[in-house]
Design a protein around this ligand. Structure first.
Ligand SMILES: Cc1cc2nc3c(=O)[nH]c(=O)nc-3n(C[C@H](O)[C@H](O)[C@H](O)COP(=O)(O)O)c2cc1C
Length: 168
């Protein structure tokens, strides 16, 4: 095994689209910024998220059995910073930025996200410090094309396509 710092250093090169994962449990909303989001299957539409068991949204996701994945646009890094805890704003207060609405499951979906993907948890796998939640997709919203918010090398940026062709 390699030291975890070496692993983290290597993973800094993996550029990832930034999402806010959000849920609602017993009338309280909770959410966090995440890049560990992966499409699993198109039939049935299924994705996975990896959530640290110490994150404040972890237990609400497990207990409510629902979550939304809100893919952020490049101008939404203020939302990403807020949901990563960087600004010190916690819990329900994080939802004071942007307009949120329930879609199908009742998890809050960000209206201005590039896409909002509403999921019901189908399976949870415990892996070291994280839980991998598999979700079947029961609702989707998507916005007109815009640049995604990307995180790499410890900083936020956006995607610049090769050449002048349209990429969406
Ligand atoms: C760009 C970025 C990506 C992140 N991705 C994840 C992730 O995939 N899974 C995770 O558990 N935490 C991830 N985090 C950390 C959480 O956002 C952060 O620990 C959490 O919001 C803290 O919230 P809390 O203080 O309410 O627990 C990421 C942070 C940043 C800045």
């Amino acid at each position: 095994m390699v030291p975890s710092d070496e692993f983290k250093q290597a993973m800094r090169h993996l550029a990832g689209g930034v999402a806010v994962i959000a849920t609602e449990h017993e009338g309280r909303r909770a959410g966090l910024s995440a890049t560990a989001v992966c499409s699993v299957s198109a039939d049935p539409p299924t994705l996975l998220i990896c959530i640290n068991s110490g994150a404040s949204a972890h237990d609400p996701i497990r207990e409510s059995g629902r979550f939304s994945v809100n893919l952020l646009a490049s101008e939404q890094n203020d939302i990403a910073r807020r949901f990563s805890g960087e600004t010190g704003i916690k819990g329900e207060e994080r939802f004071g930025l942007g307009s949120w609405m329930p879609l199908v499951t009742g998890a809050p979906v960000l209206k201005s996200a590039l896409a909002g993907i509403d999921c019901r948890v189908t399976e949870v796998v415990q892996m070291a410090t994280h839980s991998v939640f598999f979700g079947v997709v029961v609702g989707v919203t998507s916005r007109a094309a815009a640049s995604p918010l990307i995180y790499a090398h410890g900083t936020y940026g956006t995607f610049s396509p090769d050449g002048a062709g349209l990429w969406w």
